[in-house]
Ligand binder design. Sequence first.
Ligand code: SAH
Length: 268
Amino acid sequence: MEMGPVLSIRTPATSEGSSGEVYLVGTGPGDPDLLTVRACRLMQHADVVLYDHLVSDEILNLLPALIERIYVGKQRNNHALRQEQINQRMVDLARSGKRVLRLKGGDPFVFGRGGEEIESLAQAGIRFEVVPGITAALGVAAYAGIPLTHRNHAQACTFVTGQLKDGSMNLDWPALARPNQTLVVYMGLLGLSVLCGKLVENGRSPATPAAVIQQGTTSAQRVIAGTLTTLPALVDEAGLQPPTLIVIGEVVRLREKLNWFEAKRNLA
Ligand code: SAH
C-alpha cells in the first residue's frame, strides 16, 4: 500500500538553533492502539514530554528511552504542578529551543484544559499545534458495547462534567432529564447519587439504564450497570478504581448484546 505523503511528519529534522514549539497531543482513553498516527510520530521526535496521570504507562513505554519526561500530575486534589506552573514550564522549555510534547489523556479540548494551556502559549508567542485524541466518551463507550446514539433510543448525546462545585452540581437538570438522549458524565463518580437523584427529580424515568465504566479500553476495564435507581448502591459496593465514566440512557441496555471487548477478553 502506498502511504507516503499521508504519513509525512511535517516537523523539522531538528529543533536546534530555532525557537521550540509545543504539541498538545491527545493520547486517547488508555489503549495505546487508540493513539493517532500523528501522536505516535510526534512521540518519536520530541525533546521533552510533559504528561499527566491519565496517560497510561503502556503509552509512555512507546516513548524513546532517553527522552526527558516531566510528570505534571492533575489527579483530584493532587496536582504535582499547578496549572499556571505547567503553562509557564511549557513556555520556558519552548523558549529554550525544545520541541515540547504535552500529552493529555483523551482529547485535549474535551474537559482537558487544553484551551487554557495553549492560550498562554499564544500569549507568549510560542508556536503550537493541537493533535486531537479519542475522548473517553467515544473510546469507553465503544469498548463497553454502548452505541452513544441509536435511531430507536437516542437522537442526541451530551457530554457533561460532574465535578462537584461547592458540594452541588451546577448543571441544567431539566435539559439533561429529557428522554431520547444519552448523557456521558466525566469526573462524576463522587456525585453519582446526586446526579441520578436530580435526573429523576427533573423527570427522567427512574428505570433509565445507567452504567459506570472503570478504566475503559484497558485490561482493567470494568462495567457496573443498573438503573438511575439502583446504580449508586451497586457502585458503592463495587469499589471502582479511577478513572471512571458514567453513561446514562436507553442505549446502555444494548451492551447486553454488543459487549464485544469483555467477551473477547474473557476468551483470551
Ligand atoms: N480530556 C479527557 C478527559 C479529561 S477529564 C478526554 O477527552 O477523555 C478526566 C475524566 O475523563 C475522568 O475523571 C473520567 O471521567 C474520564 N476518563 C478518562 N479516561 C477514562 C477511561 N479510560 N475510562 C473511564 N473514564 C475515563
